[in-house]
Write a protein that binds this ligand. Sequence first.
Ligand SMILES: NC(=O)c1ccc[n+]([C@@H]2O[C@H](COP(=O)([O-])OP(=O)(O)OC[C@H]3O[C@@H](n4cnc5c(N)ncnc54)[C@H](OP(=O)(O)O)[C@@H]3O)[C@@H](O)[C@H]2O)c1
Length: 341
Amino acid sequence: MEHNILIIGGNGLVGKTIARILHGRNPHLNIFIGGRKGGNSNRSLKIDVTDPNSFQAITDNKINLILLSVNDKSDNVLKFAIEHHLDYLDITKPTPDLMRAYTIAGKTNINSRIVFSSGWMGGIVPGLVNVLSKDTHDVQAVKLFVYYSVKDLAGESSAHFMAENVAVPFHDYKNDKPNPIRHFLNTEPFDFSFGIGKRNAYNFDVPDLYILNRIERIPNVSVKMTYNSKFITWLLGSFQSLRIYNILSLKERKMIFGSSGNGDQAIFEIIVQDKNGDKKLSLQSTKGQAELTALSAVLHTEELLRNPHENNVYFSHQLHEPSSLLAQLTAYETININIAS
Ligand SMILES: NC(=O)c1ccc[n+]([C@@H]2O[C@H](COP(=O)([O-])OP(=O)(O)OC[C@H]3O[C@@H](n4cnc5c(N)ncnc54)[C@H](OP(=O)(O)O)[C@@H]3O)[C@@H](O)[C@H]2O)c1
């Protein structure tokens, strides 16, 4: 079967990286790029996610898998994929949008594979939790710690994500109950690997909170992050305490979170607590967050193409056999992974 794969948002930082990695590993695939401008090549399609009329190009080019790499607030692409029985993989949704999209998919007859990969770094965290504990029923608690460098490359859409969500209250989970919190508060000290050392980490909303509690039924789930600059981490927390984000306009918040550097490493660490004690997995992407997010999207795509997954709605970790996911990540030259008990 011919595979025609469309990356919408494929001119962006993550989309371009997905195209590069996917093509490098699978030169036989037909990869199309979708964006508002279109382009000269017949593989560049003019598609605007806010204008479903532009989706005719998807059917005209016999696309069978859509990778969504740009925010689509109205879920137009998801609805189109479901209606036209196209496989769909989405790395873009903040938690409330993911919950809404999951509900839309759950209410519809599904005749393709609909995959949500919006968790941290393209939805690989729950898959790595499964590496640490074979049965999530045994897991009492998961803590995710994120180290994010402001020197790392960041696309405009990623920056908007933080600007839009920083003032929105959210919750983590304690004893299987939602615990209301806000970004950049409730400091917790954590000793980061890969030479970073001790940092204060602060509340951070990523869809893994929802996925690990509501889908995997892990009773205690928290996510904390720190920036490479201790001063910036502290300042962002102070802004939240003083409720400054609530009075700033979206444009002003975009100015705070909108910067992109020239590239830096990205790190996250997962602590899993089960009946056998604590285990830790530390992951470093020396080429930063966009490279790792794109690699994850590629691994999910390859899994969809390689193995017979039934038509259904999935969170991306549900596609993978944990040890195979770990092996593929470890084999990638800019990813380092350490596991400790
Ligand atoms: N899950 C994760 O861990 C994770 C990590 C990083 C990023 N992300 C998400 O990935 C997405 C892409 O991030 P990014 O950093 O690559 O952002 P980006 O560099 O801003 O790229 C987005 C691209 O989408 C295109 N675009 C914008 N509006 C569009 C529209 N209405 N219709 C079609 N295309 C449109 C733009 O190209 P044109 O000008 O050609 O239209 C732009 O190049 C974001 O949603 C971000 O939140 C997820």
